[in-house]
Design a protein around this ligand. Structure first.
Ligand code: HEM
Ligand code: HEM
Length: 187
């Protein structure tokens, strides 16, 4: 993957990295919304449709997360200008953690779907194999893990967004611009 163009002095993430970055919160909003409404859907065909959408979008997030984890580790972006060493290390740790959580959370959902014995489909095209055999005793625990990882991702993502907005609104140091399309790069 291309690292990103060095337009002037400002490093900018490549188009592919920016696309993967902004697609993730869009998919996550849909996933949290589906996750929370699923238990209230009483009509079986509607529930099945929403469940397949939740599973498919979740597995897609995991694939994007795995590709991004590799990129973050193998092709790290240069430190943003004027950012201290500890802030840079903190940002990199948070980025790696976000990628890890976007893998671990869907995998926990996959494991939960497996032990409850329901079918798992990727966009109605591929029947995804279960990760484990049916096991009622494990189901409650795995749903607990899925919910806990969901809350952990919300927490870390909130921290990350707050840091990005702090850079844009208070420090005004161009860190947000590294992740924006060309025409929006005044932030
Ligand atoms: C980043 C990806 C994902 C997010 C953010 C997410 C989020 C959520 C949330 C918020 C809930 C509601 C939990 C509750 O309070 O009861 C939920 C439930 C669930 N998730 Fe996920 N999930 C993701 C991926 C997956 C995947 C990949 C699968 C399966 C392959 C899956 C299977 C399930 C199942 C079976 C439930 C329980 C639904 C029900 O109670 O009827 N999730 N998820
Ligand atoms: C919607 C609000 C969000 C904003 C405003 C935002 C902003 C940013 C900014 C400005 C950067 C560049 C930081 C730098 O150059 O050092 C960045 C990088 C990054 N962000 Fe976000 N972000 C958001 C949501 C998310 C979410 C939901 C995730 C993952 C779950 C995420 C994961 C990452 C990762 C892994 C990086 C490292 C660069 C890369 O993608 O290769 N961000 N974000």
């Amino acid at each position: 993957m291309k690292q990103g163009d060095q337009s002037g002095r400002l490093y900018v993430y490549s188009g592919a990295r920016r696309a993967a970055h902004w697609l993730t919160p869009v998919l996550l909003i849909a996933l949290y919304a589906l996750g929370w409404v699923l238990p209230d859907i009483k009509d079986p065909p509607s529930w099945r449709f929403a469940m397949t959408a939740h599973q498919s979008l979740g597995l897609l997030v995991a694939m994007i997360g795995a590709a991004r984890l590799m990129t973050v580790l193998v092709r790290p972006a240069p430190a943003a200008p004027g950012v201290s060493r500890w802030a840079d290390a903190a940002a990199r740790t948070v980025h790696a953690l976000l990628c890890l959580l976007t893998i671990a959370l869907p995998v926990s959902g996959w494991a939960f779907s497996s032990v409850v014995g329901g079918s798992i489909s990727f966009f109605w095209l591929i029947e995804v194999p279960p990760l484990a055999a049916e096991n009622d005793a494990l189901a409650d625990r795995l749903l607990g893990v899925h919910v806990a990882l969901g809350l952990a991702l919300l927490g870390v993502a909130t921290l990350h967004v707050a840091a990005a907005l702090f850079h844009a609104a208070v420090l005004k140091d161009g860190v947000l611009a590294r992740m924006l399309p060309r025409r929006a790069r005044r932030l």
